[in-house]
Design a protein around this ligand. Structure first.
Ligand code: SAH
Ligand code: SF4
Ligand code: F3S
Length: 471
């Protein structure tokens, strides 16, 4: 019989961390002072989900969350390493905190997440950012209480970069407001795309036990959550490391049984691993939203080969055709990298061709950023930075046109929308999502937040829709 490859953190260890949380809490309550924490998150949903655990722990310690750095007794940045500009932003932010620390000596500054899972970055912070007290990587998340306690009570600076490769369960979690929740089903990635830092900073694939996932989702349903998004860098390989014979499609069917959850989404899917079984399961299960994020990255086969993506443009298009056939009207999105080392201007045209053929609803596009330690970092460019920028702008132009054309097709239609809250761009309006994940803004009473409403789509934009409540 297959053995689970991923060791779980023992219950005793989790209990020990929870006891540290309690002792921090009682130390704080003994002096009656209210302590505030400011948490800022960069990067993908995996990091957002980790920050929910950090906030859960901080809340149990007795911290109150604040939006103001000036008011905070503890500032924590949960960082991303996927592109250089994400890292530069963190260094900039940390630099700007120097004056706050000078004013408030007992301010505790913490940095964690993917960027901190890199040795040279930790070294740099140790030497140049002496006002930072606690640095830890993605593997040590569950040990945050212990690490913080050393800072608070022993007055030490703590740097932790262990690579446990474990799964920790039953940690406190404080979720963002609204009817939608994120549930990690696995951590890490085994794919090693040659441009990508994620496998280096998140470790190998580790799937959570299905019973624990299902229990978490049942609890969410009981708390009133209506939509869940199953998270993983590559959800299609869920279960590969488990003793049990289970794959992502099986898990999806089990999640579908949870009463009270009305919509299920998931991300991300790797095109090489999306199986016919999964496509059929998606099509069959009504609660599984007809929306798929299937990043192609580039349209040229030679570029895809050097990226180590392990599919061709033709194989990708075949899967898309199958998906569209089984689920007409499905919302499709993608990630695209422009300017991968060695990509010529001519090869880039294949990426534009993909946009025209697939007609994604939206894409997330990035100019390639060198990540030290990844194979692509040593490869040479054949086009200039100006050419890359021009190609990038061309990509946006083509996609904006397609997105607008698709969204125009929604005008006049009725869409069932789960109302998530006030609109981020205009607090006088409410915002929700269609089954396909499109944002719709509309005017309505706040009492509908958290419920499903029928909206008539009256206007379309490139990135969102506008609707009217149907009485
Ligand atoms: N596991 C997911 C997401 C990974 S990170 C997936 O495989 O799709 C999100 C996106 O960042 C990637 O899809 C890729 O488009 C982009 N990305 C990753 N490394 C990058 C780099 N070095 N430069 C530019 N974009 C990058
Ligand atoms: Fe990075 Fe590729 Fe893994 Fe996605 S699949 S996280 S792009 S290595
Ligand atoms: Fe960034 Fe880490 Fe996610 S590198 S994209 S936050 S997994």
């Amino acid at each position: 019989m297959k053995q689970n490859k991923t060791p779980a953190v023992s219950q005793g260890e989790i209990l020990r961390q929870k006891n540290i949380i309690k002792s921090i809490n009682s130390a704080f309550s003994s002096d009656g002072k209210i302590r505030k924490a400011f948490v800022e998150t960069y990067g993908c949903q995996q990091n957002v989900s980790d920050s929910e655990v950090i906030c859960g722990m901080l809340t149990d310690m007795g911290y109150i969350m604040t939006d103001s750095k000036e008011d905070a007794d503890l500032i924590l940045y949960n960082t991303c390493a996927v592109r250089e500009n994400a890292e530069l932003k963190v260094f900039g932010n940390l630099g700007a905190l120097k004056h706050l620390k000078a004013k408030k000596e007992d301010l505790v500054i913490c940095v964690c997440g993917c960027m901190m899972q890199q040795k040279d970055i930790q070294e740099q912070i140790k030497r140049k950012y002496r006002h930072v007290s606690l640095v830890f990587g993605t593997h040590s998340l569950y040990r945050f209480p212990e690490l913080l306690s050393t800072v608070l009570f022993d007055g030490k600076r703590v740097f932790d970069i262990s690579e446990d490769g474990v799964i920790a369960e039953e940690l406190p979690i404080s979720r963002q407001e609204g009817p939608c929740a994120w549930v990690s089903i696995m951590y890490g990635c085994n794919n090693f795309c040659t441009y990508c830092i994620v496998p280096h900073v998140r470790g190998r694939e580790r799937s959570r036990d299905k019973n624990i996932i299902l229990e978490e989702i049942r609890t969410l349903a009981a708390e009133g959550y209506k939509e869940i998004t199953l998270l993983g860098q590559n959800v299609n390989s869920y279960g590969n490391d488990l003793e049990e014979n289970i794959d992502f499609a099986d898990l999806l069917s089990m999640v579908h049984e949870v009463e009270g959850i009305e919509r299920i989404r998931f991300m991300t899917s790797h095109p090489k691993d999306i199986s016919d079984k999964l496509i059929e399961t998606m099509a069959r299960l009504p609660k599984v939203c007809k929306q798929l994020h299937l990043p192609i990255q580039a349209g040229n086969n030679e570029v895809l080969r050097i990226m180590n993506r392990r599919y061709t443009k033709e194989a990708y298009l075949e899967k898309i055709a199958k998906i569209k056939e089984k689920m007409p009207g499905i919302t499709l999105t993608s990630d695209i990298i422009v300017g991968f080392p060695g990509e010529t201007n001519e090869q880039f045209l294949d990426t534009l061709d993909i946009l025209e053929k697939v007609r994604y609803d939206t894409i997330f596009s990035f100019i390639y950023s060198r990540r030290p330690g990844t194979p692509a970092a040593k490869m040479e460019d054949v086009i200039s930075p100006e050419d890359k920028k021009n190609n990038f702008n061309r990509l946006l132009e083509v996609q904006d046109r397609i997105s607008k054309e698709i969204n125009d097709g929604y005008v006049g239609r009725t869409e069932k929308v789960l109302v998530e809250g006030k609109s981020k761009t205009n607090p006088d309006t409410l915002a929700g999502r269609t089954e396909g994940g499109k944002i719709v803004n509309f005017t309505g009473d706040e009492s509908v937040i958290g419920t499903f409403v029928d909206l008539k789509i009256t206007e379309s934009r490139t990135w969102s829709l506008v609707g009217e409540l149907i009485k």
